[in-house]
Design a protein around this ligand. Structure first.
Ligand code: GDP
Ligand code: MG
Length: 218
């Protein structure tokens, strides 16, 4: 089968333990967020058609830094940003609080952020932390999309109704995805790439921002 969106190059750039370590926002950033073990790394690997780009772990809670990948598709270069998985119960009480200062700081500060992909397990749906994250993204004026992954684990007849239910609860577009069979890949990639192109020209709303966004428009 031919690939509708062949990725010319995909490379790991860095893992940041703090927002201050991140590179200058030269490229449009597409961020991926979700609870630990939801299938975020697998999704990034399927999108980029690279089996081991993001580490896939059966042990939840392993990715704590912010991982940046440089992705080249046709003439477009974007950064994929793998945010730390949140909501892992075995972490300390302090770390478990909301999604942690790293994710919050990233979402507040990155002026090149074009789209945030919030990933949930289709069998579990949205929990409190996912809903709070979506609301927070709305309040900052960030574009977001909900991706319901592990779709292959649902019986065929249940897939459409579950996705429709999720879209209603979340109040936004939901894309069904499976890292097992690649379902949803082209739909999501199309959205990511078009968001990245739009994102460069977009003026960020500043009404809800807590800090000035000087220089964010160019
Ligand atoms: N059946 C199925 N399993 C998946 C899918 N995506 C991830 N997994 C499995 O779920 C586990 C966690 O995946 P991972 O990508 O490491 O999740 P992360 O912690 O969110 O990065 C691994 O055992 C994966 O093989 C999917 O779409 N379908
Ligand atoms: Mg991961």
């Amino acid at each position: 089968m031919t690939d509708a969106f062949p990725i010319r190059d995909a490379t790991f750039i860095m893992s940041a333990r703090d927002v201050s370590e991140l590179p200058a926002p030269t490229f449009a950033e597409l961020a991926f967020a979700g609870k630990s073990n939801v299938g975020k790394s697998s999704l990034i690997n399927v999108l980029t058609a690279r089996k081991k780009l993001a580490r896939i772990s059966a042990t939840p809670g392993c990715t704590r830094g912010i991982n940046i990948f440089r992705i080249e598709q046709a003439d477009t270069v974007v950064h994929f940003v793998d945010l730390p998985g949140y909501g892992y119960a075995a972490r300390s009480k302090h770390e478990r609080k909301a999604w942690g200062p790293m994710i919050e700081g990233f979402l507040r500060e990155r002026v090149g952020l074009a789209l945030v992909v919030v990933i949930v397990d289709v069998r579990r749906g949205l929990d409190e932390e996912d809903s709070q994250l979506l609301e927070f993204l709305d309040s900052l004026g960030h574009a977001s999309v909900l991706v319901a992954t592990k779709l292959d684990k649902l019986p065929l007849g249940k897939r459409k109704p579950e996705l429709a239910k999720l879209a209603k609860v979340a109040g936004r577009k939901v894309i069904g995805f499976s890292s097992e069979n690649g379902e949803g890949r082209d739909t999501l990639l199309r959205l990511l790439l078009s968001s990245a192109l739009r994102g460069h020209a977009r003026e960020k709303p500043s009404a809800n921002a807590t800090q000035p966004r000087d220089g964010a428009n160019g």
